[in-house]
Design a protein. Structure first.
Length: 580
């Protein structure tokens, strides 16, 4: 599985093959210094025993030069691989973010924001750390083991064989511990993602928590999630706490056996004291790579869980995709045609049933009907947030599935019921999504949207930071910023989704004035439950159970006395069916 994960990461490694090769050259130089280090220990030991100061001095000079060269190799290995690992982490994070941008709206409606944030931050960091340690620690340690063992075989193959007799047992133990640690790591990371999701929900809905005095309830939920994470992590730590003493015990037994066997060979003249010192130094040089390899294997298993969580996102294929032959949508007049459109979120629950609707350029069409009738779905098909399972949508006679998504959405503006503002300045929020704008353009859009007055009164004007989600602005102010955003986009098709439903009367007047300016010379689709906002529409379309049941002007529909007239009489019981 590690090999499979690394194969899928190979495209991120390939662009840096040059630097990786340079790092591997430095690694090879550093690794080859290890047998030399053991040999020097064997050379110096007899000199110390003989008291030859001059020989020790000469040899010490060579040793100093050796350590300088060795240090340069180590520095090159460390810095080159650190730079490569950080670049790979950056590339992977940007690629994941880019892929998320392509996924369907339905995916985000079903996913937990905290979990996605954790994958994009902590999980991607772990993948980068795994790549870094693979080349910076694991591979050098494996090469060091090979180089030092080869030197040991050269010195005395019988001692070497006796030293590594426990290696198969250690390999089996490390593998078993690694698999158990992978399961525990997946569990722990899932619990951390739960905590992140819970925090995202609670912090975003803190007003609701306070309003319902639910602090204790949320504290209990958070404590339970944190406790589950603690237990999962404690299980992993306990497993590692068992692993290291077991491996250490086997290493100690190997050393004791080595000294006993070495003393036997020296006593029989098969081995000199200097050779044994060199061999013992070589054995000592095995301890660190074995320990680091064991530790890294554990971390690889933990990192593998992160790799799988990140790669899971790449396995998701968006249903709404551009055709390979898609062309930019030219400037439009705003003619919209729904032709036998059928749509469902779940196969057995149709939302739209063979719907036909033609909207002429510059026409304002209001969509009304009970909840679940398909009003929001109808307008969300237009910018291709979803694709219908049947039928076609046309803009100016062009099938919207044959054009690029960016060119389509650039000509459709939306003013939603609840405006989402991003952290940044008011000017940046008005110019959201625009790459070429200046403050003058932003101010003109704000004037059209009746927003310039309150913006100019703020301490820093258009440079005022709005705060996370725009919490320091009123609902009416946020809505007028949304309108200014649409004005700056200058779309030919405009979608208004309950744009004034949550406002007080004073704010509604200002927003309604701004909307009327925005709607001029555009094709407009209005979704509204409050029928007072749709009376001036050119046409009103009544939807029920995914089908159009009535269509006409406000006066025509009241005269017919059908479903629209019933809706109107419920909202305005004193009207007595009067035509307004």
């Amino acid at each position: 599985m590690v090999a499979t994960s690394l194969r899928r990461l190979f495209p991120y490694l390939y662009p840096y093959r040059g630097r990786i090769s340079q790092a591997l050259v430095c690694t090879l130089g550093f690794v080859l210094s290890m047998p030399v280090l053991a040999h020097l220990a064997g050379v110096l030991a007899p000199m110390v025993g003989s008291g030859d100061v001059q020989a020790i001095t000469r040899t010490s000079g060579l040793v100093m030069l050796f350590f300088v060269v060795r240090g340069l190799f180590q520095y090159g290995q460390d810095t080159l691989m650190a730079a490569v690992a950080l670049r790979i982490t950056l590339d992977l994070r940007c690629h994941v973010y880019q892929h998320l941008q392509k996924l369907d709206i339905a995916f985000f409606e079903q996913s937990r924001t905290g979990d996605l944030s954790y994958r994009l931050t902590e999980d991607v960091d772990r993948v980068g750390e795994m790549v870094h340690k693979l080349f910076h620690q694991f591979l050098p340690c494996v090469l060091q083991l090979i180089a030092v063992l080869s030197y040991m075989v050269f010195l005395n193959w019988t001692l070497t064989l006796a030293t590594i007799v426990v290696a198969p047992l250690m390999t089996l133990l490390i593998g078993w511990f690694g698999q158990r640690l992978l399961l525990l790591s997946k569990r722990s990371q899932a619990k951390v993602a739960d905590i992140a999701s819970l925090l995202t929900e609670v912090l975003a809905g803190m007003r609701l928590v306070r309003a319902f005095a639910a602090e204790d309830y949320e504290l209990q939920r958070f404590t339970q999630a944190a406790e589950q994470n603690r237990r999962a992590r404690l299980g992993a730590e306990r497993l590692k706490a068992v692993q290291f003493p077991v491996v250490g015990f086997l290493e100690a037994m190997s050393v004791l056996f080595l000294f006993w066997l070495g003393s036997v060979q020296i006593s029989r003249g098969w081995l000199t004291a200097g050779e044994f010192v060199a061999f013992a130094a070589a054995v000592a040089l095995l301890f660190d790579p074995i320990t680091i390899t064991t530790s890294n294997y554990n971390e690889y298993k933990q990192g593998q869980a992160s790799v799988e969580r990140v790669l899971e996102l790449f396995d998701l294929v968006p249903q709404v995709r551009e055709s390979p032959t898609a062309q930019p949508l030219p400037a439009i007049t705003g003619k919209v045609a729904y032709q036998q459109v059928a749509f469902h979120y779940q196969a057995d629950q149709p939302v739209l049933r063979g719907l036909d609707l033609l909207i002429l350029p510059g026409e304002t069409v209001a969509l009304v009907g009970p909840s679940g009738a398909g009003k929001s779905t109808l307008v969300q098909l237009l910018p291709r947030f979803y694709d219908p399972q049947g039928g076609n949508l046309w803009i100016d006679g062009v099938d919207i599935r044959t054009v690029t998504l960016k060119s389509l959405r650039r000509q459709i503006g939306m003013v939603p019921q609840e405006t989402l503002l991003f952290s940044g300045t008011i000017a940046q929020n008005i110019a959201f999504g625009q790459t070429d704008w200046d403050l003058g353009m932003v101010e003109r859009a704000a004037r059209v949207a009746n927003a310039h007055g309150f913006i100019a009164a703020l301490p820093q004007g258009y440079h005022t930071l709005v705060g996370e989600r725009g919490v320091n602005l009123s609902g009416g102010q946020r809505q007028r910023i949304a309108i200014a955003r649409a004005v700056l986009l200058d779309p030919k098709i405009l979608i208004l989704d309950e744009a004034t439903s949550a406002l007080d009367s004073e704010s509604e007047v200002l927003v309604q004035e701004a909307l009327e300016r925005l709607m001029q010379d555009r094709t407009v689709l209005i979704i509204a439950h409050r029928l007072s906002t749709v009376r001036r529409a050119d046409r009103i379309v009544v939807l029920e159970q995914g089908q159009i049941t009535e269509m006409g002007t406000h006066e025509e529909l009241l005269t017919q006395g059908g479903r629209y007239a019933q809706f109107y009489s419920h909202q305005f019981p004193d009207s007595r069916g009067e035509v307004c």
